[in-house]
Design a protein around this ligand. Structure first.
Ligand SMILES: NC(=O)C1=CN([C@@H]2O[C@H](COP(=O)(O)OP(=O)(O)OC[C@H]3O[C@@H](n4cnc5c(N)ncnc54)[C@H](O)[C@@H]3O)[C@@H](O)[C@H]2O)C=CC1
Ligand SMILES: N[C@@H](CC=O)C(=O)O
Ligand code: NA
Length: 439
């Protein structure tokens, strides 16, 4: 079959970009058959053309002038990451009439609306399968497969680095620092790993998924975000003793009260060992959607790493190319529902409150009173005696205990208010954590 020629420009040739080059080289004949176009890689924009690179990267295609390159392309693949110059380059590409494929969740979750508007204005396409959960086709699933349904919630493990770190700490007893270093060496971690460990990478991904699923505009700043820096080996051990694992979960839910809205959160969560997300190990990702007609769906696979992410990039490149050859468009942004984002205090769930307390008569009753005052029902209490505080000056030293209190369903606002009140209770030595639970 005769094929037309399409010019493809690659911006960034790091972990993912270099794998994109490999797939473009190895599968060029197949891609031509699948999209009806020969995908000619016309240039690779890099920061330093003299830097060492994999032998497969054709040096004659390297350029430091990304701006000139995008103006010559039919399809621009942006794999630089970060906000600038990626944002300006994508605008230049769209304005020049190119379709854009990107893995840049940070940019889309911050400046998505203007990029979607520029895409529509230029009558081209914007694809970003790689931006959410790497190889897992979850953007496609939400944009297309579930377009005939009403999504009510999305929850997932969408950051490979933090899942890997928590898993290594749980199963191998590695320290946080050792596990992070290994994740960086394996190519999962972002250039600035704080965006992984502080939860912002997951926040960007849940913002993108929620925007599509709930037909609204959600940004990374709308997500109540807590990372994994404060998760301790003790918490991990206590969770496993009680039948849970700690996972960094990203959740987005449609709520009806006090008004139709969305709640969004990224937080270390106690996931019951029987829950399908508990079995997601290492750098793997999984996303669970609930929708009215389809019920629960689960998507699982490699959410990070060069080759898996390049697979998602190439799926978008093939789709973009086919549209340019045969006509039609990728689904456009459809924010018609305009649901507001509710304060996270409105979100409902069950929680575990962990406290260090003095072990004396009446202490439990006084703590229970804080829950009763807010109509929050306690489902379970576990008490472990702790060794006496050797640093305490007074003799005899007070006995101490660790209390772990699980609630029935309540709002996050209630549990935070209870936590604040308990912090003032003279019997409470420390409120160690307030952790959501996923049964
Ligand atoms: N590594 C992964 O597992 C995944 C990465 N992503 C996303 O894909 C994108 C790329 O990620 P990685 O390949 O891991 O990053 P990377 O840091 O390995 O590669 C980025 C490359 O862009 C180059 N670069 C920086 N500024 C540039 C400029 N002005 N012009 C040209 N090149 C420039 C850097 O020198 C670097 O080689 C990011 O948006 C990231 O969030 C998405 C899913 C998974
Ligand atoms: N740093 C990210 C890479 C993919 O998005 C992760 O660890 O998941
Ligand atoms: Na994906």
């Amino acid at each position: 079959m005769a094929h037309v020629d399409l010019n493809v420009a690659l911006l960034g040739c790091g972990t993912v970009g270099s794998e994109v080059v490999r797939l473009l080289q190895q599968q060029s004949d197949d891609f031509a058959e699948r999209c009806g176009a020969r995908l000619n890689l016309i240039g690779i924009a890099v920061r330093d053309t003299a830097a060492p690179r994999a032998a497969r990267v054709p040096r004659e295609l390297l350029t430091e002038d990304a701006h000139a390159l995008v103006r010559r392309a039919d399809i621009v693949i942006e794999l630089i990451g970060g906000l600038e110059p990626a944002r300006t380059l994508m605008h230049e590409a769209l304005a020049a009439g190119a379709s854009v494929v990107t893995g840049n969740k940070a940019l889309l979750a911050t400046h998505g609306p203007e990029l979607h508007e520029a895409t529509a204005a230029a009558d081209v396409d914007l694809y970003y399968e790689a931006a959410v959960a790497g190889a897992i086709p979850v953007v496609y699933a939400l944009r297309e497969s579930l377009a005939g349904d009403q999504v009510t919630s999305i929850s997932g493990i969408v950051n490979g680095t933090t899942n890997y770190i928590l898993d290594e700490m749980t199963t191998k007893g590695l320290t946080y620092e050792e596990a992070l270093k290994a994740a960086q060496e394996l190519g999962f971690a972002e250039a600035d790993p704080s965006s992984d460990v502080d939860g912002y990478d997951a926040a960007a991904k849940i913002a993108l998924m929620a925007s599509i699923a709930f037909h609204s505009r959600v940004s990374i700043d709308d997500v109540a975000t807590t990372g994994i820096r404060d998760v301790t080996a003790e918490q991990i051990a206590a969770a496993s003793r009680d039948g849970y694992v700690i996972k960094l979960l990203a959740t987005a839910r449609r709520i009806a009260h006090p008004e139709p809205a969305i709640t969004l959160e990224v937080a270390p969560t106690l996931v019951a060992q029987s829950h399908p997300l508990a079995a997601v190990a290492g750098a793997f990702n999984a996303v669970v959607t609930e929708s009215d007609a389809a019920g629960r769906l689960m998507f699982y696979g490699q959410g990070a790493g060069g080759a898996p992410t390049a697979s998602a990039v190439l799926s978008d490149v093939v789709a973009a190319a086919a549209k340019r050859v045969y006509g039609g468009h990728a689904p456009r942004e459809l924010p018609y529902a305009s649901l507001p984002v509710a304060p996270i205090e409105h979100s409902r769930g069950t929680f575990v409150v962990e406290l260090t307390v003095t072990d004396a008569p009446g202490v439990l009753a006084s703590i229970a009173q804080s829950f009763a005052a807010r109509q929050v029902s306690i489902a379970q209490v576990r008490q472990d005696t702790l060794p006496d505080d050797a640093s305490a000056a007074e003799e005899p030293r007070a006995s101490r205990a660790r209390l772990s209190i699980m609630t029935h369903t309540c709002t996050r606002g209630d549990i935070e208010a209870i936590g604040a009140e308990l912090a003032e209770n003279p019997h409470v030595l420390n409120v160690a954590s307030l952790t959501p639970v996923e049964e």
